[in-house]
Design a protein. Structure first.
Lengths: 604, 591
């Protein structure tokens, strides 16, 4: 059976960067350098500490050799254990030094790593929040979340497990090679002969395992998506008897994942014994050749013992490198993606010199505004509109007429391609974010609730508002009674994304939030679509008083909303085709009059 | 987010893990091979240093040239064998270990699909996912590697200790004695380490929630200019992670250092006592060399023993969590009856529903009849139980009182397949999966042909699907093309009417459509409902007009049934619910 059930989608950009080699690209290097710069000194100390630690570790076999060769003979001659005791003392000292420096290294390295992670998390999160909506619409929330979670965690994983391993392995490898040669050049060279083989073998493994690892990640991602979607959509699954087909698909994805995992673990099954084989062959060669040399008195027994100990130290870390590659690879890919995000510039930048606007009356003007989404067709061609302060304007029109675009331009979710949008005569681009948001607030049909209590969610409109103001806002839109009837009243948890509330209830909370914010300009984009009729009526009654002294732009499919407007704009193809007080338009014979009659009919 | 249902780390019992052993049964031969290979591998690894001893004591000390080559070749042979045996062990282990995990995951998924909505309502999908991924890998690692290494390490420890004792007992005793505290201490460390790792994981979960909310709710955050507010919350949790992680780092740095110190100190002691012994002539030089190598060989088994024991405890609590799900008995299972030729006569006969433990029932004593081909609208205030009522028909939840029948059969007597092919539902929130449009439409209806799909799409006004970049093969849902709310609902509608179910339940399916599209869809629905039995949840007068009769839900029961016009004029409460602007604007009513 084929994979056709998944359907076709545009190639995911994320997947491509995974194949980028381990060599970090310039921007990743820049990011890394920037993150590490504040820790320059600590890194210098760290380097010194790790060198001392490794020197102490490397000294141990050498001391064993000295002990065997120089400590024992005097004792055998009955000259007392003086030298042997000194050497044992030195071994203990080396062990202690290694322990202390190693602990210091692990702790310091861990601390730097965690500081870097914290900084990275903060930077990426803050940057995402600064990037404009146009970016978020393209990038999608799923990818934002994985940047902030799995990617940062991939780097954490590397710091946790791999980093120490890499440093230790490299230092041990170099140090051991030097010590072997110092102890005995001939025997040392014999012991190092397998080194090129080892490198080629490791390179082969690295290549193969990175491919296998990528396949595993892709396979597990599919398993997870299918699993989670089946569970969140279980109602549809059961209602439409999807279970057998789902099981079939799941088992196949699961089997794919198993196969990918099998490949990865077979690679390790070859790599680990392979390293062991090279190590054991080397040990045998050292025994044979070293034994022969010792026989001829060219090396001492102590040297032979030290060689065996060094070879152990040499090959042991190599075994762990297999795990380290995966961590390094995914961290490299993660860094690449994160640096990509951090180099995105906000499409709606903050002004360099913001114009202060402490109080706003709420007059809005569009001057020759042109707008298009990306390279798409123009949505608004040379648009002019004047909304005096305090006016309530209803915008109607079919999907795609440009109503929502109008709203988004006023809220400065986007900037016009040409022309300007003015609030009280000030170009929106000259207002800093805090000022603009204090004066202009938009409520959409999405009415997102954050996990927390109802009170927290209303207060989102004005975080410093006292409880009384929160209740007042709820009262104003007629939601107080409903909220008070909840099990814990305002303290009721709304559940994940407001999951414990119905769409209508969420919308009421979102409304209260907007009223608490108390802006000069309020934009309602389909904000009442999920309310049942009695609630909608309450909200509308409230709107009449609430909107009395502020500018409002109301977009609605349901024409009931229009009743409270001072003025109606009918839009089509990015232009205003009808403009006037509702009564006059209804009395006429235009589009609005037709729409209105159709709507009245639907009410029976 | 702490998982409230999972037992705390280190409190698991062997019972759950033991229950899962049957999954290993198909792999007994492969397991035997890997265990034998493991045993032989340890033997080879232990003998190699002894060969080294012979070389030092024989040829080197006594100048016995002839013995050097055979001994050297023996070391080579043993070294190669050890590597090959490790390879055999690892290779033959792969099948059983991954097979076990895959089989349990398949079964877990199968079981979860059978568990009813009441179960899924209480369990977040994230909790279920962590059972299907993290917990299963923990179990896999332990049953695959942990148990093997547990036994192997103990054997190796015993074997090497015996060898050491036989070589020179005072030194052997010293080495053996140093093992016990190391195992005990590392077990304690591991437990703490696992606990703190869990905390970090939980905090990462919290952070993920915040990141998710900030990403999904970006419009709200921007609309209110609350960047700083949201950032503060994120920053607080990020700093919590930082703090806990530092604690973890500190613990780990001490632990790993400890693991390295112990063998080194042991080595120093061995060297001291060994040197004295050699000096006294009680020990040969070769033995001392072998001794030091063997002592180092013990480091890993000793140190990892604590790690493996902790891993075993973790695997036990993971097994508990998996078995907890696998052991939940589905309380909605199908009967055996089948309706051969369904007419679609639905009757609620004194039906009631109460959430377990709830004081008040959601529905009580509901009597309602929907005759074949008839459409009944269900109207009621928010929270009056409309959705619950419709869920009783396809048994997404079961009545707690009375019964629901279709063509005279209690729905609980019907097989689920039969029942759910008679009843189809379009939900208020359309669930789309990350699959092709075709797959999303067909769902359980596997043999749907192109003509049928086209018809359903046309009726639902969803032919836009053909214009998507890859037509019906376009992937939609979270991982594919994003569609507007109206498009999603029309697809959900098309899904429901595909296969022409006898009973069609529409749970406020039209709310996200604009007026013009809604009119088109309604017109189409009218045709479908003409010959199917319909149960339609309605918020708007326009939707109610699809129905022949209306049932008003009030205080959890059907208080009125009648025609829309009649209810409108006779029942004030109905008028309040449906007649828009009834009292909002008196002038409007006049006009």
């Amino acid at each position: 059976m084929s994979d056709s059930w998944r359907g076709v989608a545009a190639e995911n950009r994320d997947d491509l960067s995974e194949s980028v080699s381990l060599l970090l690209r310039a921007r990743s290097r820049r990011l890394l350098a920037g993150l590490l710069r504040p820790h320059r000194r600590a890194i210098a100390v760290l380097t010194a500490v790790i060198v001392v630690s490794n020197a102490a570790g490397l000294a141990m076999p050498y001391l064993v050799k000295t002990g065997i060769d120089s400590g024992i003979p005097p004792m055998a001659r009955g000259e007392g254990p003086g030298l042997a005791l000194t050497i044992v003392g030195l071994v203990l000292l080396a062990a202690l030094t290694q322990a202390l420096t190693r602990q210091a290294f692990l702790y310091m390295a861990g601390r730097i790593g965690q500081d870097v992670l914290l900084e990275l998390r903060r930077r990426v999160f803050d940057h995402f929040q600064r990037l404009s909506l146009s970016f978020h619409e393209k990038y999608t929330s799923g990818r934002v979340i994985s940047r902030l979670t799995s990617d940062v965690e991939a780097i954490a994983e590397l710091l946790d497990s791999g980093f120490d391993g890499l440093v230790t392995a490299v230092l041990t490898l170099c140090g051991t090679a030097v010590m072997l040669l110092v102890l005995d050049v001939h025997l040392g060279l014999v012991a190092l002969v397998p080194l090129p083989v080892l490198m080629l073998f490791t390179r082969w493994f690295r290549r193969e395992s990175s491919a296998a690892y990528r396949r595993t990640r892709e396979a597990v991602a599919l398993v997870i998506v299918h699993f989670v979607e089946s569970m969140t959509g279980i109602r549809a699954v059961q209602a439409f008897r999807r279970e057998p087909r789902n099981q079939e698909i799941f088992q196949r994805l699961n089997a794919d994942y198993r196969d990918a995992n099998t490949r990865g673990s077979r690679l390790v099954a070859v790599f680990m014994p392979g390293i062991k084989l090279i190590g054991n062959v080397t040990v045998a060669a050292v025994l044979l050749y070293g034994g022969w040399l010792a026989l001829r008195g060219e090396v001492t027994v102590g040297v032979l013992a030290a060689f065996l100990l060094y070879l152990r130290q040499f090959y042991e870390p190599m075994q762990e490198i297999s795990q380290f590659y995966n961590a390094l690879q995914s961290a490299g890919a993660a860094l690449e993606k994160l640096s990509g995000v951090l180099e995105e510039r906000p499409g709606v930048p903050e002004p360099a010199r913001p114009v202060p606007l402490p109080r706003a009356a709420g007059g809005l003007r569009f001057e020759r505004v042109e707008f298009a989404y990306g390279a798409g067709p123009p949505v608004l061609p040379a648009f002019d509109l004047e909304i005096p302060a305090g006016q309530t304007v209803a915008v109607v029109g079919t999907t795609g007429a440009g109503k929502t675009t109008l709203a988004k331009l006023i809220a400065r979710f986007y900037d016009p391609v040409a022309g300007r949008v003015l609030l009280d005569g000030v170009d929106l681009r000259d207002l800093d974010e805090a000022t603009l948001r204090r004066h202009v607030v938009m409520v959409t049909q999405e009415n997102f609730l954050f996990s927390g209590t109802v009170e927290d969610n209303v207060r989102f409109g004005r975080p410093d508002a006292p409880m009384a103001a929160v209740a007042e806002a709820a009262e104003a839109i007629g939601a107080h009674g409903y909220i008070a009837s909840l099990p814990q009243g305002y303290g009721t948890q709304v559940g994940k994304r407001g999951g414990r509330m119905s769409a209508g209830q969420r919308q009421l909370v979102a409304f209260a939030r907007a009223f608490l914010a108390d802006p000069a300009v309020l934009i309602l984009d389909e904000a009442t679509s999920s309310l049942d009729v009695p609630s909608e009526r309450l909200v509308q009654r409230a709107l009449r008083t609430v909107l009395a002294d502020r500018t409002a732009l109301i977009i609605a499919h349901r024409l009931s909303t229009v009743e409270i407007a001072d003025r109606v704009l009918v839009m089509e193809g990015g232009r205003v085709v009808e403009d006037g007080p509702p009564d006059r338009l209804i009395a006429g014979s235009g589009r609005f009059a037709r729409l209105h009659r159709a709507w009245l009919d639907s009410l029976a | 987010m702490a998982d409230p249902s999972g037992p705390p780390a280190g409190r698991g019992s062997w019972r759950s893990l033991w229950r899962l052993r049957s999954y290993l049964r198909p792999y007994v031969p492969a397991l035997v091979v890997s265990w034998v290979a493991a045993l032989l591998g340890i033997a080879a690894g232990t003998v190699i240093p002894l060969v080294g001893k012979e070389i030092v004591d024989g040829p080197v000390t006594h100048g016995d040239r002839g013995a050097l080559l055979p001994l050297g070749l023996l070391a080579l042979g043993l070294g190669v064998s050890e590597a090959v045996l490790i390879f055999v062990r690892r290779w033959s282990q792969t099948g059983p270990v991954l097979g076990l995990e895959t089989a349990i995951r398949d079964d877990l998924y199968r079981h979860l699909q059978r568990l009813p909505m009441s179960f899924h309502g209480e369990w977040q999908s994230g909790q279920l996912l962590s059972r299907a991924t993290t917990d299963l890998s923990t179990i896999r690692r332990f049953l695959g590697f942990g148990v093997l290494f547990l036994i192997m390490n103990i054997l190796q420890l015993a074997a090497v200790t015996v060898v050491l004792l036989r070589m020179y007992w005072p030194l052997g005793l010293l080495v053996a004695a140093s093992a016990a505290p190391v195992v005990a201490l590392s077990l304690r460390f591991e437990r703490r380490y696992i606990r703190i790792s869990r905390t970090v994981q939980d905090q990462q979960g919290d952070l993920a929630t915040l990141a998710e909310e900030a990403a999904v709710g970006i419009r709200t955050v921007k609309a209110f200019g609350r960047r700083a507010h949201v950032y503060d919350g994120f920053d607080r949790t990020a700093r919590d992670i930082h703090r806990t992680s530092l604690e973890k780092v500190r613990l780990a740095s001490r632990f790993f250092t400890f693991l390295e110190v112990v063998p080194n100190v042991t080595l120093a002691m061995v060297l001291l006592l060994g040197a004295v012994a050699v000096g006294a002539g009680a020990l040969t030089l070769g033995t001392l060399v072998a001794f030091t190598t063997l002592v180092l060989q013990l480091v890993w088994p000793v140190a990892s023993l604590g790690y493996i024991l902790a891993m075993g405890q973790e695997a036990m609590s993971s097994a508990d969590r998996v078995v907890e799900v696998l052991g939940t008995v589905p309380d909605i299972v199908g009967g055996s009856a089948v309706i051969p030729r369904p007419r679609g006569h639905v009757r609620f006969e004194g039906a009631g529903f109460r959430f377990p433990g709830a004081e008040r029932p959601v529905l009580r004593d509901v009597w309602l009849e929907v005759r074949p081909g008839e459409t009944v609208a269900v109207v009621g205030a928010t929270g009056s139980g409309k959705t619950t009522l419709t869920a009783l028909v396809p048994r997404l939840c079961d009545v707690t009182d009375g019964r629901v029948t279709i063509d005279g059969h209690d729905v609980r007597d019907l097989s689920l397949t039969s029942l759910r092919s008679v009843v189809a539902t379009a939900f208020e929130e359309p669930t789309l999966f990350s699959m092709s449009v075709r797959e999303n439409l067909a769902l359980g209806h596997r043999d749907a042909g192109d003509a049928e799909i086209r018809e359903a799409l046309e009726i639902a006004q969803a032919t836009f699907a053909y214009d998507l970049p890859w037509g019906l093969d376009t992937r939609i849902g979270e991982q594919g093309m994003s569609l507007s709310g109206g498009q999603r609902q029309r697809l959900a509608l098309a899904r429901a009417i595909l296969g022409k179910p006898r009973v069609l339940v529409l749970d406020d399916t039209l709310s996200a459509l604009d007026v013009e599209t809604e009119a088109l869809v309604e017109e189409a629905l009218r045709r479908v409902l003409a010959d199917a039995t319909g149960l339609v949840v309605a918020h708007r007068a326009s939707t109610v007009l699809l129905a022949d009769r209306v049932a008003l839900l009030r205080d959890g029961t059907v208080s009125h049934v009648g025609r829309h016009a009649d209810l409108l004029s006779e029942v004030p409460e109905y008028r309040a619910l449906l007649a828009q602007d009834a009292d909002l604007d008196p002038e409007q009513a006049v006009r």
